[in-house]
Design a protein around this ligand. Structure first.
Ligand code: ZN
Length: 629
């Protein structure tokens, strides 16, 4: 793709995804991808509703008025912008920071709407302005009831204590030993007028049943085109799970999915990530369809071939290491469809399943999203000058993209895939801090190893790479992002609540507080906060020391230590740095949120082709009509 058409709205940029190569797949694989993509799109509304119970009523009202107002009407443009924002963030909460977003609809605008659209006005005004609508999707602050104060739609009328007690009695996890099913991951708990707690389960005859029915229909179609028995088994197991919503069947599916390692078509479909639940249990719907890139996959596999070396050389206590790192699979993929939590903002890498015991027993599958990484980094290259000292510009230009991709691979494969927990420890005890600790662990493993000359020996780095310079580039980028750059995505005055933000700031601030300031520090240069490193080895060593402690916290399930370290380094935002970076980035007129158009798979005779939509709004409005029941 030579000319990339970028759609902009304030801090949002929407880019097309380069799906080159899809056309060369066998027709049956394209058919498979088509039906899996449909199964994903049918889950869009599930995710929207999970993120906030106000999302669908608000979108119904806004899309309705939008369709009835004239293009010339001044309110039309404001409605356009509001919808653009809501579709980008997947609802009223910021897709990354989780803060409630501010739509460009003033009191006067709403008053105007109240005349012609009284019913819709009531809903819009309530969602936008009522104090009853939580300010955050996920609250994790100490001293507040996280369940009561979070905007996410997993609990209704309940306190944290009530939820925890209910689940303790309901699920009796003790009876399962090590192999604990993910109970609670697909449910909504509601306290009724009588004070009873009702449990609604996402399934064919349960919560979101009409959508689940459509998902099952599409999966049944997909079954006709599977590449092999293992892939067939995994889709069949997913259908079985959706019929009843039994958590044990989800584990069965996850195992079947993990064992399907050689298929060319890769997919995710289901209730996967628990980041948005303040208790880290409820999972949001997501879907991702992709095909594997053989050449890049071979590079990633160099890490896997040597995975035992990575495990053995971790700077952590011996008892926390796996004697035998097992069953790993990693691929570089080209994404061709996504929905739910992965749309329109995509991650760079994914490592699933999340279940600790399944990973231990059956391994995991890790993918890096090559076409997402390449489209995004091209767009963000203008940031470099603003963020880093002049002496680092050339190495970051040279190695920035390379080490970004490698960091993702190491994070997913050598990071999430590594280590073990002590017998009898259930990592659920880390509660709201689990995600932050786990992301920290994976990032630290990647940072620790990226400076190792061994990578060249393994063929992970080409022989032409200067490992020291490549690692220095990564360290500067990482520490700058964690302590400074990522704050541009957070509203002034707010602290960090989202796990990835917390994890990156935790690592960076811990380093600046513990490392030798002669060797690594944050300085003010021409009014900008920037990072300077004078001794790469020292920084690597410090990453190792922090990794040892983070691994200990996970392996021992040390809740107190998890809370202390997350609150001390990963939560509070330095207001001076925050203000400075927001002002610095504002001058660049750059997007802070980069999303993607969903490529559209269309059946044509006995083939499937990809059609790029006209525009983001056109696509999202159409999806909102087509996939809403
Ligand atoms: Zn991760």
């Amino acid at each position: 793709m030579n000319t990339i058409k970028v759609e902009r709205l304030n801090d949002i940029a929407i880019l097309p995804l380069d799906t080159n190569g899809f056309e060369k797949l066998e027709p049956s694989k394209k058919k498979l991808a088509f039906h899996l993509a449909q199964a994903g799109l049918w889950g869009k509304m599930i995710c929207l509703d999970q993120m906030s119970k106000h999302n669908i009523p608000l979108l119904d009202s806004l899309t309705d008025i939008y369709s009835k107002t004239d293009k010339e009407d001044p309110i039309h443009q404001k409605l356009y912008e509001s919808l653009f924002m809501l579709f980008t963030h997947g609802g009223i909460y910021h897709t990354m920071s989780g803060e409630k977003i501010t739509l460009p609809l003033s009191k006067e605008d709403l008053n105007l709407l109240s005349v012609s659209y009284p019913e819709q006005y009531k809903i819009i005004d309530y969602v936008l302005n009522s104090e009853d609508v939580p300010a955050f999707r996920t609250v994790q602050n100490e001293g507040v009831d996280v369940v009561k104060n979070s905007g996410v739609n997993f609990y209704e009328g309940l306190t944290t204590k009530e939820v925890e007690e209910f689940r303790k009695n309901e699920y009796k996890l003790e009876q399962y030993g090590e192999e604990i099913p993910p109970f609670g991951f697909n449910e909504k708990l509601i306290k009724n007028d009588k004070g009873e707690i009702k449990r609604e389960v996402i399934s064919l005859h349960g919560l979101y049943g009409k959508y689940v029915e459509k998902i099952i229909e599409s999966l049944n179609e997909a079954l006709k085109y599977t590449e092999n028995e293992k892939q067939h088994n995994s889709i069949a197991a997913l259908i079985e799970f959706y019929k009843t919503g039994d958590a044990k069947l989800f584990d069965k599916y996850s195992i079947a999915w993990t064992l399907d390692q050689s298929s060319e078509i890769y997919f995710i479909n289901g209730l996967i990530e628990s980041y948005d639940d303040p208790l880290g249990i409820g999972c949001t719907f997501e879907s991702l369809i992709a095909f594997k890139n053989p050449i890049q996959t071979e590079k990633v596999n160099k890490i896997i071939e040597n995975i035992q070396w990575f495990e053995d050389n971790l700077p952590i206590d011996k008892s926390f290491k796996k004697e035998k790192a097992n069953g790993l699979s990693a691929s570089s993929i080209t994404v061709v469809s996504m929905a739910g939590d992965t749309s329109p903002v995509l991650p760079l890498g994914v490592n699933l399943p999340n279940s600790d015991w399944i990973r231990k027993k059956h391994g995991s599958k890790s993918v890096s999203l090559a076409n997402v990484d390449s489209s995004r980094s091209g767009y963000e290259s203008v940031l470099r000058e603003a963020l880093y000292l002049p002496q680092y510009q050339s190495i970051i230009n040279q190695y920035g993209d390379l080490t970004s991709g490698l960091h993702t691979d190491l994070h997913e494969i050598a990071g999430h895939g590594s280590g073990k927990v002590n017998p009898g420890v259930n990592t659920d005890v880390l509660s709201t801090y689990y995600s932050t600790i786990e992301e920290c662990r994976a990032d630290l493993v990647a940072l620790y190893y990226i400076a190792d000359e061994k990578l060249k020996e393994f063929g992970v780095f080409d022989s032409s790479v200067n490992v020291k310079e490549a690692a220095l580039a990564k360290y500067i980028v990482y520490l700058t992002n964690g302590a400074v750059a990522q704050l541009r995505r957070v509203k002034e005055g707010n602290d960090l609540t989202q796990a990835h933000f917390r994890n990156r700031q935790l690592i960076s601030n811990w380093i600046f507080n513990h490392a030798n300031p002669e060797k690594v520090r944050m300085i003010k240069d021409h009014g900008r906060y920037v990072v300077e490193i004078n001794d790469l080895e020292h920084v690597k060593e410090m990453f190792g020391i922090l990794l040892a402690e983070i691994q200990r916290i996970k392996s021992e399930g040390d809740f107190e230590a998890a809370r202390d370290i997350v609150l001390k380094y990963g939560t509070k935002v330095n207001p001076i740095i925050h203000k400075e970076i927001i002002e610095r980035i504002a001058k660049l007129n750059l997007a802070t949120v980069t999303g993607f158009l969903t490529p559209e798979l269309v059946e044509v005779d006995n083939d499937v082709i990809i059609v790029q939509p006209e525009s983001f709004m056109e696509q999202q409005l159409r999806f909102y009509k087509e996939y809403k029941l």
